[in-house]
Ligand binder design. Structure first.
Ligand code: ADP
Length: 221
């Protein structure tokens, strides 16, 4: 009988796939680790629920693994772009709901998009973007690109912002950004009202254009 637990499978246990596998396992998640390399599979048997040797470019092999019903399959095959594409194609063809794939470059990205990858990840590019934001302001806690133009940014409220209401700072009008939530002492305040008073140490979750978010962090933090 199928359990109700969310099931994850990671294909490719290099640096990226390996880190994903370990983190899921450390969080107590059910994770199947797959690689064509026997040594890696042996190593990861200690950091996964199951670890299997398989070449995922073979449809019969994928079917035999029974990962059709897994909730998330992460394709973390690195340099072998052809293998990554073929694996993704087979996973989508057999009906895996969420296939997240690590892309090597823009061409790889385009093909993955076409064949129905649900999320395409560029680990180095994404990390680079975040690090740049941290360099510019140590008050920026997290930064996620939503589109080429828009981002979500989490910032820590400084004493400069503390004591003011959202409407006083006038974030909407002056910076065209929206505060979608505030974290305060482990409590999440969703869609805060304009009269909400910002407290020092609050974490503001904001959405807006990248250039507008930059302006906000330069002027208000
Ligand atoms: P990273 O840059 O994240 O370290 P790597 O390219 O080093 O990525 O790792 C990719 C992993 O994917 C390797 O361990 C490799 O054995 C595995 N891999 C490559 N092709 C296949 C395949 N067809 N089936 C299963 N695993 C594969």
């Amino acid at each position: 009988m199928m359990g109700s637990k969310v099931q994850y499978a990671v294909i490719g246990l290099g640096r990226f796939g390996g880190a994903v596998t370990r983190e899921l396992f450390n969080m107590g998640r059910e994770v199947l680790a797959i690689d064509a390399n026997e040594d890696l599979v042996r190593e990861y048997s200690a950091y996964s629920t199951h670890a299997m040797i398989a070449n995922t470019t073979d449809e019969a092999t994928i079917k035999a693994l029974g990962i059709k019903n897994f909730n998330y399959v992460i394709v973390a095959i690195g340099d072998d772009i052809q293998a990554s594409i073929l694996t993704t194609l087979i996973l989508k063809e057999i009906g895996v709901e969420n296939v997240w794939v690590k892309a090597q470059n823009e061409y790889h990205h385009k093909v993955l998009e076409k064949i129905g990858a649900d999320r395409i990840i560029h680990p180095e590019k994404d990390m680079g973007t975040r690090i740049a934001q941290h360099l510019v302001s140590q008050h920026v806690i997290d930064y996620i690109s939503l589109t080429e133009e828009h981002s979500m940014m989490e910032i820590k409220a400084t004493d400069k912002l503390a004591g003011k209401t959202l409407v006083e700072v006038n974030i909407r009008q002056r910076y065209r950004c929206t505060v979608v939530a505030i974290w305060r002492n482990a409590e999440l305040i969703m869609t805060p009202l304009p009269g909400e008073v910002i407290q020092e140490g609050d974490i503001l979750m904001m959405i807006g254009k990248k250039s507008d978010l930059t302006q906000f962090s330069e002027k208000e933090l």
